[in-house]
Design a protein around this ligand. Structure first.
Ligand code: FE2
Ligand code: FE2
Length: 215
C-alpha cells in the first residue's frame, strides 16, 4: 500500500501516516459511545500531551496515541480481542506502525517490550488517569485540581478502593519513565486539571446560601 499523505516518518520502513488529533478524535467517537470511555481517552490524551512536552517529543502524535489506545474496547472488550483487533482496523486506515505498536504495547497480556518513551508513557499514564479521577470523585469538592500525590498515595494503600487498578503498574510506570511517583502523579493530575470540565472533574460548588447538611 502506498501512502502519499501524512507526515514524514521516523523510520524508513514505517510508511504509515499519523492522523491529526481531530481525525483521531472523530474516529474514536465512531467506535466509542460510552461517555466514560471517551473521557478516559481524553484524560490519557491530556497526560500524553504533558509528557510529550516534557520529553521534547511530538505533542500531537502522543495525544493521538492517547485518544486511540482503547478505541476498540467497547466493541472488542476481551483480552483475545483488545487491542489486537483494533490494530487491524488501524492498519486498514494506513496508520503508522509506530502508533499501532505503541497501542499494542499497553496490553500486558501481549507482553511486548516497552522500548520507546512513547510506549512507556502510555503504559505509565493509563491506570494513573483512572485512579486520579476516582480519587477526585470521592473528595467532597469532586475536583481533580485538588488531588495531591499525598491524597493519591493514601488511596493506593486502601486496598478496597478502585481495587481493579494495579498499584504495581502505577509504581512501575513511574519507574519506567524515570520520574518519582509523586512527580508522576502531579504531572498527570495537572494535565487532567487543565481539561477538568471535559472530564466531569471540575468540581461541585454548593449554591450560595444552601443549607448545611443536617440543617
Ligand atoms: Fe486498553
Ligand atoms: Fe486505557
Amino acid at each position: 500500500m502506498t501512502q502519499t499523505e501524512g507526515q514524514p516518518q521516523g523510520s524508513a520502513t514505517d510508511t504509515g501516516r499519523w492522523p491529526s488529533r481531530e481525525e483521531a478524535w472523530a474516529f474514536m467517537c465512531e467506535w466509542v459511545q460510552s461517555e466514560s470511555l471517551r473521557r478516559h481517552m481524553r484524560a490519557v490524551e491530556a497526560a500524553m500531551g504533558a509528557y510529550a512536552a516534557r520529553f521534547g517529543e511530538d505533542v500531537e502524535r502522543w495525544r493521538v496515541v492517547g485518544i486511540l489506545h482503547d478505541f476498540d474496547y467497547e466493541r472488542h472488550p476481551t483480552l483475545d480481542q483488545h487491542p489486537q483487533d483494533g490494530a487491524r482496523y488501524l492498519r486498514e486506515r494506513g496508520y503508522s506502525e509506530e502508533l499501532i505498536g505503541a497501542i499494542l504495547s499497553h496490553a500486558d497480556h501481549l507482553a511486548l517490550e516497552r522500548d520507546t518513551p512513547l510506549k512507556r508513557a502510555l503504559f505509565a499514564v493509563d491506570e494513573v488517569t483512572g485512579f486520579a479521577g476516582a480519587v477526585a470523585l470521592v473528595r467532597p469538592e469532586k475536583t481533580i485540581a485538588t488531588v495531591t500525590p499525598q491524597s493519591f498515595k493514601k488511596k493506593m494503600k486502601d486496598k478496597a478502593f478502585a481495587r481493579a487498578v494495579s498499584r504495581d503498574d502505577m509504581t512501575h510506570g513511574a519507574e519506567l519513565l524515570g520520574v518519582s511517583l509523586d512527580e508522576h502523579i502531579q504531572i498527570v493530575v495537572d494535565a487532567m486539571a487543565a481539561v477538568a470540565p471535559e472530564l466531569g472533574l471540575a468540581g461541585v460548588s454548593a449554591p450560595a446560601g444552601a443549607p448545611q447538611e443536617g440543617a
